[in-house]
Design a protein around this ligand. Sequence first.
Ligand code: NAP
Length: 307
Amino acid sequence: MENTIIIGSGPAGYTAALYSARANLSPLLIDGPQPGGQLTTTTLVENFPGFPEGIQGPALMENMKKQAENFGTRFKTGYVTKVDFQTHPFKITIDDVELLEAKSVIIATGASAKYGGVPREMELIGHGISACATCDGFFFKSQDIGVVGGGDSAMEEALFLTKFAKTVTLVHRRDEFRASRIMLERAQKNPKIQWLTNSLVTELLGDRDLTGVKVKNVKTQTEQVYPWTGLFFAIGHVPNTQIFKNQIHLDDQGYIILPHPPRTQTNIEGVFAAGDVADHYYRQAISASGMGCMAAIETERWLASHA
Ligand code: NAP
């Protein structure tokens, strides 16, 4: 029986692991399908305090993991396929085969990138369609490509992709941007970035690989085909909570509800949640880390009073 199992290995999970390891809980962290989380798909992180020159996302996550390990966190590679929080001890199934029991659980499964819902986008992933510029940008050297979205992610992805692509056209469904002013201005100043506002991607062309993208202007209702060989979606994220449905309370977008914020306790006593899985407002590495710390402290106190 584990004292505490941490599900997820982003900033929230690793920070929860660090704090609970230092509290002698000997936590077990299950790292999930993308060890290190979303930051492993980014390059320079400029806004994590303590790194005045910035730090590469994968290096930051590796450091967090090592720090948690130094104090006794145990790591397990695997994917949680089922949980049962209705009886205590809680039950967690790994890869459909291994059953673990825990007195407490910290959920830190984060969120995943959304795609646009355009026909055939799923079959073209890896053949021109992507949601991760840092993973796939390299494959689009000297090509004309598009980025969908109007938030900070879209600006960041578009800017990053200008390092490889010949042109990057940003397609946004409105003419106002959700992106912060600084990011928007940076993108607007880049001569390689072109803009299509009030526009939606309606069709993806090409049999095996993407050869063109049909874009519709929603004001004029006109459609035009662009010869892009790459299209990156940067339109937000969905929380990774599939396995928690019917186990804990989720909101209508699937985020875990924390009934007593800033407390990280979920509606099930002994189950806590931290990071993007329970936060669609801040969604920052540092705020996820902060929540991981809070969840670990709450877990330690809960275990002490329920021993
Ligand atoms: P976001 O702020 O929610 O923006 C999503 C964008 O995608 C919006 O412009 C939205 O359009 C558009 N969109 C959503 N669904 C769409 C669809 N089906 N088809 C077409 N367009 C669609 O998400 P984000 O950009 O991923 O940013 C998330 C959070 O992370 C934000 O708080 C952001 O500031 C932060 N972030 C920060 C940095 C940084 O500081 N370096 C980098 C990345 C992200 P509408 O505007 O019309 O809704």
